[in-house]
Design a protein around this ligand. Structure first.
Ligand SMILES: C[S@@+](CC[C@H](N)C(=O)[O-])C[C@H]1O[C@@H](n2cnc3c(N)ncnc32)[C@H](O)[C@@H]1O
Length: 359
């Protein structure tokens, strides 16, 4: 089948928000150069459709740099330290290397985009604290698409409006009031599901996690280092290898029946097949409606087949993430927006109508 280069070009074009372009001058220039380059278009166009994401190309190039590629390594090191003076020229050098050695990227395209972003835990904390307040002192957490399982430890990260020097701190600006002093529930069990889970203690997996980060955000790199160091002292987790369709029921069954089960998914559903998207949505809505399950979904509003997608709203126009929450006994409900890496929240929590369920 002929490659759809125009589709690939559009994917490069739309994958960064305006905020990303302003904040990341090297990656912005690189994304623009990749968008215009036929080799880069063909590489992306050849990826299986669920993973046809420019982030996979960016991560593959970054991986080559982290492995010491003679042309790429110095450029990415300079990007990390803010030392690039001509971002367009640097991006052109990277794309030149890609044209000479497309194998650098092609050989990694079997992988999945597996950025494991702890910043999203700032949003999980805010929402889970509000849910817990309704009479749920303990929860079983199920993270669908858990990658390295970092957000299974959502309650280990301090959340602050400003950097306090602790690399584990999630810096998050709450644009609407969020009571960060609310008590988080006790977490009875932490279960992740992923068809290709990453093991944070394995060198190769750590390298891929790092490659999925963006070199101009050294704080995210430092945070990953701190997580790697501290993870052995954090509570045990269970990770089930498989898709949501295959393992969700089992993951939920592992929880304590007397605790509320909270299922979360963040930047995962886009990688499901269309059929799996529809059945996951129906399954989750049904489980929540029927009982002791709540569901927090942080996904892009641009997924064509995702029932709650809201592409026309203000939040969607800025490339923000939709926060959809389903309370036990309730139905999926719009709780506002957040930054895709949890750098800000704009929550608009609807009135609860489930007090009888929670009591
Ligand atoms: C972009 S990462 C997001 C990881 C994490 N949820 C976060 O927010 O940091 C997407 C993850 O979803 C996983 N994934 C892809 N298809 C999946 C499926 N059908 N069921 C469950 N997880 C899936 C991938 O392996 C990958 O680790």
């Amino acid at each position: 089948m002929a490659l759809d280069l125009e589709d690939a070009r559009r994917r490069y074009h739309f994958s960064f928000t305006r905020e990303d372009h302003e904040r990341l001058p090297f990656y912005s220039a690189l994304m623009i150069a990749l968008e215009r380059d036929l080799v880069a278009q063909a590489l992306l166009a050849g990826v299986r459709v669920e993973q046809r994401n420019p982030m996979l190309v960016l991560a593959s190039l970054h991986l080559a740099a982290l492995r010491g590629h003679p042309v790429l390594a110095p450029i990415y090191a300079d990007a990390r330290h803010g030392l690039i003076t001509d971002h367009v020229a640097a991006a052109d050098v990277v794309v030149g290397a890609l044209n000479r050695e497309p194998e650098l990227v092609r050989s990694e395209l079997h992988r999945s985009t597996q950025t494991n972003e702890p910043g999203r835990s700032a949003v999980f904390q805010a929402v889970i604290a509000l849910i817990a307040q309704r009479g749920y002192p303990s929860i079983n957490l199920v993270d669908v698409g858990t990658s390295a399982g970092i957000n299974l430890h959502f309650d280990r990260f301090p959340v602050r409006a400003k950097d306090d020097g602790n690399p584990l701190t999630l810096i998050c600006r709450d644009e609407t009031p969020v009571d960060r002093s609310l008590r988080l529930p006790e977490v009875h069990s932490r279960v992740g599901i992923d068809p290709a889970p990453l093991d944070i203690s394995a060198t190769e997996d750590r390298l891929w996690l790092r490659a999925c980060l963006w070199p101009e955000e050294p704080r995210r790199m430092d945070r990953l280092d701190a997580i790697i160091e501290q993870r052995p002292s954090w509570p045990a987790t269970t990770v089930l290898r498989g898709t949501a369709a295959e393992r969700l029921g089992e993951a939920i069954a592992l929880g304590d029946p007397l605790s509320l089960t909270v299922v979360v998914n963040s930047y995962v559903v886009a990688y499901f097949t269309e059929a799996d998207q529809a059945s996951f949505f129906e399954d989750m809505a049904e489980r929540c409606a029927g009982g002791n399950v709540a569901w927090i979904s942080l996904e892009s509003p641009f997924m064509v087949n995702w029932p709650t997608s809201s592409r026309s709203s203000e939040g969607a126009k800025t490339g923000a993430t939709q926060v959809i929450v389903t309370l036990p006994g309730g139905s999926p409900s719009d709780w506002g927006w957040c930054h895709h890496h949890g750098l800000w929240t704009r929550l608009d929590v609807p009135e609860y109508s489930v007090s009888s369920v929670a009591s």
